[in-house]
Design a protein around this ligand. Structure first.
Ligand code: ATP
Ligand code: MG
Length: 586
């Protein structure tokens, strides 16, 4: 279909993520679009696109671009296309195409019927290439890739003209058609734009437009053995789709004069390109090449490993689309590349989950607690609040009985100073349960390890409060041993311990910076029975322990959870750290 260039959609139908629109911090791109909108520069249209190359899974950096492009379209009642920039047949796969569509939808955006592929335009791009040849603005060059590089010159030295630069139009057309028809082997010839070998901008020194590549393409199959370079395809794809604001990252600023040149030579519709800063995040890498090598080297279990900064990875980890959109709105865009603290993203995840995730009790490293004066065989259903942040989430019943599990670290036989949890003679509260006092321990005869703690309870403290008003300094979470269900829980730490692995690994293998302790698997965790049958993707707050999400490895008789994040970190603390680092300037 041809994109509509007239009608405006009321409310930006289909662009559903309102929160990344006007709610976000305003920024220079929004101001530019607003100005064009007001002055009717593009007939009042706002039409953006998100143009991923399908050579890997999307990461959190892409989310910034997605929120920006779809968000602006939504805010101005415009449209945003999804376009796969699939000009390189050797690195692209359908698996990536599908994962990208899943991830964009998951983030909350909809391209409606505007799904495009640069490969849809291969015929048109070919015709345009012949048009430039006929104008004397493109030529077939027989230099090898190495020679082309050598002739290009440097920033301080002008390039040299190719000996093939002055071929006749007829010869160029003939050779180009024979390139297309498969007469020449890979790399034998290229089609190059005839611009200016002395230009201070290296991108204008007769850039390659087409290369010979006898490779099947995921959509066009064996139809082509010449493929357009990204720079030749990108601007014209935007033009064909009637894009008004072609928003891309800063490294394309120097390519803009080339895109402008192509469009002027062809005399076609001219979108406005605007560049912004790439997102860089501490403790991780955001380059598809590096992420691919983590996958290929088995450092992680796949693109969706919960330690990965990919959207599929952080989804599996339990991050929410709302949190990611709020984060993207908060960081805004600028004209200088900087570094954003991972903890800022985590802040938005906690903020969202704190409001939405039901609270439950789970014990990661269980220790038996036997309440000797509690009647054998008795079970009480204790009333527990699902989320104190949201009374509408109601309450649930949690079974209490004589034998419970508590967290190993919640008991110390010899408590250090300021340790207020359970220890011999000490009284603590069991959340939603009773006040209990430790009376003794049972130890493993061989190791001397405490394997069971004994206590008595005060029956007058049902629900956790003493009628006489006496206070305890600590409240523990617990589960009933007989009623609890077993689970495997995976705990995560940063994939890289250093803040900026991309920079610190320069000149060495970035693999050497990987945190060897980024994953800890705990088997035999015990959870309250309500979690039986929890579906993959379900998110919870475990009292005192953090946020958790049910992993897709869960199946019949097997419950697996990922710890999304621990509970902590205030925004003030993060912002202090961010300022201290002083990397990001706007
Ligand atoms: P990589 O360098 O990881 O391969 P890329 O830029 O080549 O990434 P594309 O598939 O071309 O990946 O990216 C699609 C869109 O997402 C582009 O418009 C690009 O500018 C944007 N994008 C990619 N990475 C980031 C990032 N870290 N921050 C913001 N936008 C990004
Ligand atoms: Mg790219």
């Amino acid at each position: 279909m041809t994109p509509s260039n007239s009608e405006k959609q009321a409310g930006g139908a289909g662009n559903t993520a309102e929160s990344s629109g006007p709610a976000g911090v305003s920024h220079f791109i929004r101001e530019l679009v607003l100005e064009d909108f007001k002055t009717n520069r593009f007939g009042g249209r706002v039409h953006t696109r998100f143009p991923p190359e399908p050579n890997g899974y999307l990461h959190i950096g892409h989310a910034k671009s997605i929120c920006l492009n779809f968000g602006l379209a939504a805010e101005f009642g415009g449209k945003c296309n999804l376009r796969f920039d699939d000009t390189n047949p050797t690195k692209e796969e359908m698996e990536y195409v599908e994962s990208i569509m899943t991830d964009v939808r998951w983030l909350g955006f909809d391209w409606e019927d505007r799904l495009f592929y640069a490969s849809d335009y291969f015929d048109r791009l070919y015709e345009w290439a012949e048009q430039l040849i006929r104008k004397g603005k493109a030529y077939v060059c027989d230099l090898s890739a190495d020679e082309v590089r050598e002739y290009r010159g440097t920033l301080t030295e002008p390039g040299r003209e190719s000996p093939y630069r002055n071929r006749s139009v007829e010869e160029n057309l003939d050779l180009f058609r024979r390139m297309r028809d498969g007469e020449f082997p890979d790399g034998a010839r290229t089609l190059r734009a005839r611009i200016d070998m002395a230009s201070p901008n290296l991108n204008l020194r007769d850039p390659v437009m087409y290369r010979i590549l006898h490779a099947a393409h995921h959509r066009t199959g064996d139809k082509w053995c010449i493929y357009p370079m990204y720079d030749w395809a990108h601007g014209q794809s935007d033009s064909i789709e009637g894009i008004t604001h072609s928003i891309c990252t800063l490294e394309f600023e120097d390519h803009r004069p080339l895109y402008d040149w192509y469009i002027e030579q062809l005399g076609i519709y001219h979108p406005q390109q605007i560049e912004f800063d790439r997102l860089n995040l501490t403790h991780t890498v955001l380059s598809k090449r590096k992420l691919l090598s983590l996958v290929q080297n088995g450092v992680v279990s796949g693109w969706d490993d919960p330690r990965m900064p990919t959207l599929s990875g952080i989804r599996r980890r339990g991050f929410t689309p709302e949190a990611i959109r709020n984060f993207c709105a908060r960081i805004g865009v600028s004209k200088t590349n900087g570094m954003v603290q991972l903890s800022l993203l985590e802040y938005f995840v906690r903020e969202d989950l704190n409001r939405r995730a039901p609270r439950v009790m789970g014990v990661l490293r269980p220790l038996r607690l036997v309440i000797d004066n509690y009647p054998e065989g008795q079970v009480e259903e204790m009333e527990a609040v699902n989320n104190p942040e949201d009374p509408a989430m109601g309450t649930r019943k949690v079974p209490f009985s004589r034998v419970l599990y508590i967290e190993q670290e919640d008991f110390r036989e010899d408590p250090p100073k300021h340790y207020y949890r359970l220890s011999p003679g000490r009284e603590v509260r069991l959340r939603y349960g009773y006040l209990v006092t430790c009376t003794g321990v049972v130890k493993d005869e061989k190791t001397g390890q405490v394997i069971e703690v004994h206590a008595t309870y005060d029956p007058a403290t049902r629900g956790g409060d003493a009628p006489d008003g006496r206070r305890v300094k600590s409240t523990l979470h617990w589960v009933s041993a007989a009623h609890s269900i077993e689970a495997e829980v995976r705990l995560y730490d940063h994939l890289f311990t250093c803040e900026n692995p991309a920079a610190e690994s320069e000149g060495q293998d970035f693999m050497s910076l990987i945190n060897p302790n980024s994953l800890e698997v705990l088997a035999g965790c015990r959870l309250e029975p309500g979690l039986a049958g929890a579906a993959p993707g379900s998110r919870y707050q475990f009292e005192r322990l953090g946020y958790f999400c049910v992993d897709p490895d869960t199946g019949p008789g097997r419950l697996v959870l990922n710890r999304t994040l621990t509970l902590r970190d205030t925004l003030a603390k993060i912002e202090k750290g961010q300022r201290g680092q002083g990397a990001k300037q706007t």
